[in-house]
Every structure is written in C-alpha cells, then in structure tokens.
Design a binder for this molecule. Structure first.
Ligand SMILES: NC(=O)c1ccc[n+]([C@@H]2O[C@H](COP(=O)([O-])OP(=O)(O)OC[C@H]3O[C@@H](n4cnc5c(N)ncnc54)[C@H](O)[C@@H]3O)[C@@H](O)[C@H]2O)c1
Length: 252
C-alpha cells in the first residue's frame, strides 16, 4: 500500500477508464496525484473518489493537445506538490472506424494529434521537471495496435506505433539522467471507450473477445497495477520497454 509513498504522480485522461483506475491505484500506493482531463466532471469525480479513500489529489483541466495547457498542467504539479516523480500519458481516443482508403484527412489528423503528438508534448514538459531531481518514471499508453497491424483505424494504428518509437527515443535520451520511459500495450479493456464501440457494433464483440486467448476483456485495474509497477522503484532497471497487457494476444 505504500510503494509510491512521498511520490507525486500525474495522469492524463484520468477522468475515465484506464486513466481513472491508474489515478486511484497511484493514490492507493501513497502518491499525491495530479488528475488531468479535458472533461471537468470526470476529472473532479476521480479526485472525489481519491479524497474519500484518504488520498491526496487535485484536478487540472487540461486539453493535452494544447502546449500551453500541458505546460500549465506540469507546473500545477510543481506548484501544488513541489515535484513530479511519475507521469502516465494516457489520454487518447479510438476515432471512428475507417479503412485506409475511406479515412478522411481530418479523422487521421485528429487521432494522431491526441494519441501521438500530445504524448510528445506531455513528455517535453514532464522531463524538464524530472531533470531537476535527476529521477522520474514516465509511462505512455500505446496499445496492441502499436505492436501489430489491426484493420479499421489507420490513424489509431499509426499513432500507437508512433508512441512506441517516441518512448524508445525518450528512454535512450534520458537513460543516464535517472529518468525511465516505458509504454503499456493493452488489448481490449472494459472501459467506456470499448464498451461504447461494442454497443455501436455488437457484431464485433465475439471477434474482439476471440482475439484475446483468455477469452475476456481486460479490466482497467489490471492495467493500473502494471502502471503502478512501472512508476515504482520496483522496475528500476526497466526502460524503453513496450509491455503487452493483453490476455496472451501477442503470444499468438
Ligand atoms: N480500452 C481499451 O481497450 C484500450 C486498449 C488499448 C489502448 N487503450 C488506450 O488507453 C487510453 C485510455 O483509454 P480508455 O479506454 O480508458 O478511454 P476512455 O474514453 O474511457 O478515457 C479517455 C479519457 O481521455 C480524456 N481525453 C480525451 N481527449 C482529451 C484531451 N484532449 N485532453 C485531455 N484528456 C482527454 C477523456 O475525457 C477521457 O476521460 C487511450 O490512449 C486508449 O487509446 C485503450
């Protein structure tokens, strides 16, 4: 319960799904948490749950695609808690289903802007903060769609592959500065994003579950537990690593 005692963590997209679950898990392990999300209601609800269970958290309304807001988000960690030890860059979207040829330029750019460019923007300011203490751990959210080609969403697959490239680059650039950078690669997890997709396209459910050898969706808490480990000193020799969290999918 105290693997992150005295640490300060930041989670983007913390108002829902995987991000909320990770913010709660970081707080449960003793971290003070900056809860960042573009949606005020979800972010404030996450903070409320953390405080009700005895943890410390603040909400910082942030659109992670906007550089000034990202800078202010990291500054809020420094102003309120004095430092930044770990950051989970997780805000993302799936975007509408489209083939490579039917995907519009607008849709492709929108998904890349949030899922990839914003991860770079977040790391840009987080690493500047972490450099001051020569220690830190960053976790970026990729996907199994960052490890292999999946049909139906070219911007998503490209963005999640891109996140792994950025993660490796950032890990190498900061390996001797005490800052570790890793990525998680979840398969289908039971969050509002996936539940919404399956509600819209019920015929997809057996296909999605069938791709995961364990025969079920993952739970947000199963992702959050891995994020806690990557943020903690227990993973002190791990950097530049893409960690599949996929019920065996990538073993096929
Ligand atoms: N759920 C899955 O099966 C799955 C699988 C692989 C990867 N992922 C990735 O996990 C991450 C979280 O997904 P989720 O399923 O929890 O989704 P979700 O929709 O439940 O949560 C996403 C959160 O991001 C926030 N957000 C959206 N745009 C934002 C912006 N511009 N600035 C700040 N916050 C913003 C939303 O308000 C929401 O709270 C995403 O990057 C997604 O691609 C999810």
């Amino acid at each position: 319960m105290n693997r992150l005692q005295d640490k300060v963590g930041l989670v983007t997209g913390a108002g829902s799904g995987i991000g909320r679950s990770a913010a709660l898990a970081l707080a449960q392990e003793g971290a003070k948490v900056v809860v960042a999300d573009i949606v005020t209601e979800g972010g404030e609800e996450t903070v409320k749950i953390i405080r009700e269970t005895g943890g410390q958290a603040i909400f910082v309304k942030t659109d992670v695609t906007q550089e000034q807001q990202v800078e202010a988000m990291v500054q809020a960690a420094m102003d309120n808690f004095g430092k930044l030890d770990c950051a989970f860059n997780n805000a993302g979207m799936d975007g509408d289903t489209a083939s490579l040829t039917s995907c519009s330029q607008e849709l492709f750019d929108k998904v890349i802007n949030l899922n990839l460019r914003a991860v770079w923007l977040c790391m840009k300011y987080e690493i500047q903060a972490m450099k001051k203490q020569r220690k830190g751990s960053i976790v970026n959210t990729s996907s199994v769609a960052g490890l292999t080609g999946l049909g139906g969403n070219p911007g998503y697959v490209a963005s999640k592959h891109g996140v792994l490239g950025l993660t490796r680059m950032a890990a190498l650039e900061n390996a001797r500065r005490g800052i570790r950078v890793n990525a998680i690669c979840p398969a289908a997890i039971a969050t509002p994003m996936v539940k919404g997709l399956l509600e819209k396209n019920p015929e997809m459910e057996p296909f999605v579950i069938g791709m995961q050898p364990m025969g079920r969706l993952g739970e947000p808490k199963e992702i959050a537990d891995a994020v806690v480990w990557l943020c903690s000193d227990e993973s002190s020799f791990v950097t530049g690593h893409p960690l599949p969290l996929d019920g065996g999918m990538m073993a096929q």
